[in-house]
Design a binder for this molecule. Structure first.
Ligand code: ADP
Length: 376
């Protein structure tokens, strides 16, 4: 019961009104029991001392009695009103302080957040509706802080990523203008490759912002998991052959259908297999597999490539993250956005994506799950 009053602002408000009413009634009772008789006696004595004898007319005497009774009653009522007002003032002061203080703190914090101080938080006292509001307020401030940090980081990352190819293009152009660089095909190809890299980066960024903001439609329908694997294998087979990499697949028999958007599922599997081919030296092997695990199908892309050192595993899906930036540039690697897009797409399907690698030069396995359409 006490806990209920602690948690409910409305109940506390009602309780304070009840207390004021009870105090008022109590004071009235005390007044009628004690103050009224005393005051009445005093007035009566005054009346007697004033020489109101029995000889006076009965009408006069009753009139005076009525006047005195009214005076004593008013006196008692004045005391009762004063006492009730005092009780009401103390209670409302106490109650409004417990309401106004947190509201005031929150309005100050709101102003500070509006001024850009995203680390602002309010104190949470008790567990009533206002305390709950303070908890939600702090959660909102935390979220704003995170978004702001991400925004700053994104601007920093994008500027950094744009600067590298731009500097290269600018340097080559200046060299050409000064005559330091020969105007050969090779120089133009270098400039073109950097411009191509910029183009690629901008496209990736556009795709990433669309995917992260969920600004796209998923056409989810039951799909045959083995067809998905076969399609991607076929598509990347020529690329694997040109690198003398064996590309094959392993499929569990009787695979149920998955619930997925075909284009997006192919996009993710192509991305992971493309990466595997890119980070596996000539003569290696890349295997795509699919098997059922409880209510989902687990797709895996295993390679015998350069592997990923353990300290990088937890960051590999972060935006712009590359294990070795210089190596990635030399091998024609991308901007480190592909896996971030893949993760967003898989999570939008209600699945999970993760990576395993025993370490450098020991190959990697990229896995993701997609829920199955219905059990077979
Ligand atoms: P990128 O476009 O640079 O390949 P990704 O987001 O696809 O970007 O990959 C991020 C980084 O993860 C890569 O730069 C590379 O360092 C690492 N990586 C991805 N796939 C593999 C793989 N199969 N083997 C080893 N490293 C990989």
């Amino acid at each position: 019961m006490i806990d209920y009053f602690r948690r409910r602002l409305g109940a506390r408000l009602l309780l304070s009104y009840l207390v004021i009413i009870v105090v008022g009634v109590l004071v009235l009772v005390i007044a009628s029991q004690f103050i009224l008789p005393t005051s009445f006696n005093r007035h009566m004595n005054g009346m007697m001392d004033g020489g109101m004898g029995m000889g006076m007319g009965m009408n006069n005497s009753m009139g005076q009695l009525y006047v005195d009774f009214r005076a004593s009653f008013n006196e008692a009522l004045t005391y009762a009103t004063l006492a009730a007002m005092l009780a009401a003032s103390i209670l409302s002061l106490f109650f409004s302080r417990s309401v106004i203080a947190p509201v005031h703190a929150m309005s100050l914090a709101t102003q500070r957040i509006a001024d850009g101080q995203y680390d602002e938080r309010v104190q949470v006292n008790g567990n009533d509706e206002l305390a709950q509001l303070a908890v939600y307020f702090n959660q909102m401030a935390e979220k704003l802080n995170e978004v702001e940090t991400m925004r700053r980081q994104l601007i920093g990352d994008v500027s950094h990523e744009l600067r590298t190819p731009l500097t290269a293009i600018k340097g080559s152009m200046e060299g050409l203008m000064d005559g330091v660089l020969p105007a050969t095909d090779e120089t133009y190809q270098q400039v073109h490759a950097e411009a191509e890299r910029l183009n690629h980066l901008v496209n990736d960024l556009q795709e990433l912002s669309r995917v992260e903001a969920r600004a796209y439609q998923l056409d989810i329908r039951p799909l045959d998991a083995s067809t998905l694997v076969r399609t991607v294998t076929k598509r990347l087979f020529p690329h694997a052959e040109s690198k003398r990499i064996t590309l094959d697949f392993e499929l569990s028999p009787d695979l149920p259908h998955v619930l997925a958007d075909e284009d997006r599922a192919v996009q993710v599997l192509t991305n992971l297999t493309g990466n595997a081919l890119q980070y596996t030296p000539d003569g290696g092997r890349v295997t795509i597999s699919a098997k059922r695990i409880s209510n989902a199908i687990q797709f895996s892309v295993r390679d015998t490539g350069i592997g990923i050192p353990p300290e990088h595993l937890s960051h590999i899906f972060d935006r712009f993250y590359r294990v070795d930036k210089s190596r990635s540039r030399q091998t024609g690697g991308g901007s480190g956005i592909g896996l971030t897009i893949a993760r967003a797409l898989i999570e939008a399907h209600g699945g999970r994506i993760w990576v395993e690698s025993a370490g450098e030069e020991l190959g990697s396995v990229f896995n993701f799950t997609i829920p199955i359409a219905k059990s077979k």
